[in-house]
Ligand binder design. Structure first.
Ligand SMILES: C[S@@+](CC[C@H](N)C(=O)[O-])C[C@H]1O[C@@H](n2cnc3c(N)ncnc32)[C@H](O)[C@@H]1O
Length: 389
């Protein structure tokens, strides 16, 4: 087993690195680790990753990596966010028969062949993955290679972010390492309070997700906190004391055209700056309006009439606009210094963000995965009177 002293950094591999959501989550969690390599096939995602981290991920198909190649990295942890299309409700749900699932299965199958297999794994995917055939195969490999797991379905709404994006997460540790709360082993949980000494795990496991969401709603921040400065419409008095709307280039660029409101208005999810929830932004946001993410009403003083919000003529008066890529990044809790290189188009920005993840959710999960392990190693070291090497 690869070992790590508490002074050393964890050696981490980031698979399907995209624009670096996992790496930002590691940073947010304050984990003393080094991403020794990232793997990503998409050129544009790699441009963004390099722009922000100064390192270009290994650009190739993860499926072609061998056990010997991976052994060279001697990594303690693997972070994986494989493609979700095989498991999405909108997709064909071809599951492991989908070519996009094969690289993930293949990489897991390498673990038993490795001389230095990872001792921790973290997997992120869409809700639906937990009932897939790929999940079954993943769990079978973990059992064969002596990993204990804890699984979660969590949304940013549970972390005060007004953003509904429930996702599946699997945390795996290789025995003899263990989780701080072993009562939660081999369970699928809808709440994250593992650092508290919760013994009644059955209560947690059985809690219906809708109840959890409802409960969290009250503690969420308003959407207003996630908007770009000066991005709302304001009414001003003109020289004849008449109310006029002030709109600028900013609004023009992201405005929802009236023709789209006429056609799709009834299917649009409209939110206000004071709202405490918006829908998941998918990679097709800005290309399609139906089911791809919420739209923002920028005339907040019309909120009182929100009961009418699905009436087309009323909707045209709301000053509807798309959330900007910067705002979507904020809902994903990306740091304020995250940026895109100029050559990445607006549509590409939305597409890359839509594939990424919520740092507000992933960071505490990673902290839980890594920190308790450190405690265990410290305890082991003090038991033998020194550090492992
Ligand atoms: C769900 S996204 C992960 C996004 C990432 N976590 C982030 O924060 O942006 C999956 C990523 O895997 C990449 N990908 C899919 N199949 C791949 C393969 N066989 N080899 C390498 N990368 C792959 C896609 O280009 C995509 O960026």
């Amino acid at each position: 087993m690869a070992e790590c002293t508490t002074e050393e950094q964890w050696r981490i591999l980031e698979f399907y690195s995209g624009i670096g959501g996992m790496r930002y989550s590691l940073m947010r969690a304050g984990i003393h680790g080094q991403v020794v390599e990232a793997f990503e096939i998409n050129d544009r995602a790699n441009d963004v990753y390099e722009h922000n981290f100064g390192h270009r991920p290994f650009q190739g198909n993860i499926q072609s990596l061998s056990a010997a190649e991976l052994d060279k990295y001697a990594a303690h942890a693997w972070l994986l966010s494989p493609p979700c299309q095989p498991y999405t409700r909108q997709g064909l749900q071809k599951d492991s028969a989908d070519a996009r699932a094969s690289s993930f299965i293949r990489i897991l199958e390498l673990i038993p062949q490795m001389q230095h297999p990872p001792i921790m794994l973290f997997v992120e995917n869409v809700v639906g993955f937990e009932i897939s055939d790929t999940h079954k195969r993943m769990i079978a490999i973990f059992a064969k290679t002596c990993f204990v797991t804890q699984e979660y379905i969590l949304s940013p709404l549970q972390f005060t972010i007004p953003y509904s994006r429930p996702r599946y997460f699997c945390l795996a540790k290789r025995k003899p390492l263990c989780f701080k709360n072993p009562y939660l082993n081999f369970q699928l949980l809808h709440r994250f309070t593992p650092l508290a000494a919760l013994k009644d795990s059955t209560m947690m496991a059985g809690c219906p997700p809708e109840e959890v969401e409802e409960e969290c709603y009250l503690s969420c921040q308003p959407i207003r906190n996630f908007l770009e400065a000066g991005s709302l419409m304001v009414f001003e008095q003109d020289c004849h004391d008449k109310e006029v709307k002030r709109s600028g280039d900013f609004f023009e660029k992201f405005a929802v055209p009236h023709s789209l409101i006429e056609r799709w208005g009834s299917a649009m999810d409209v939110v206000y700056p004071c709202s405490k929830r918006c829908c998941c932004f998918t990679k097709s946001y800005f290309r399609y309006v139906k089911g791809t993410g919420s739209l923002l009403a920028t005339y907040e003083n019309l909120k009182d009439e929100a009961g009418k919000s699905n009436e087309i003529c009323f909707m045209k008066d709301l000053g509807l606009r798309y959330f900007t890529p910067g705002e979507v990044a904020s809902f994903h809790s990306f740091p304020s210094d995250f940026s895109f290189p100029e050559h990445i188009t607006i549509r590409q920005r939305y597409a890359l963000l839509g594939n990424s993840l919520s740092i507000a959710v992933v960071a505490p999960l990673l902290e839980y995965l890594f920190t308790d392990l450190l405690d265990v190693i410290e305890a082991q070291n003090s038991a033998v009177g020194g550090h492992a090497t």
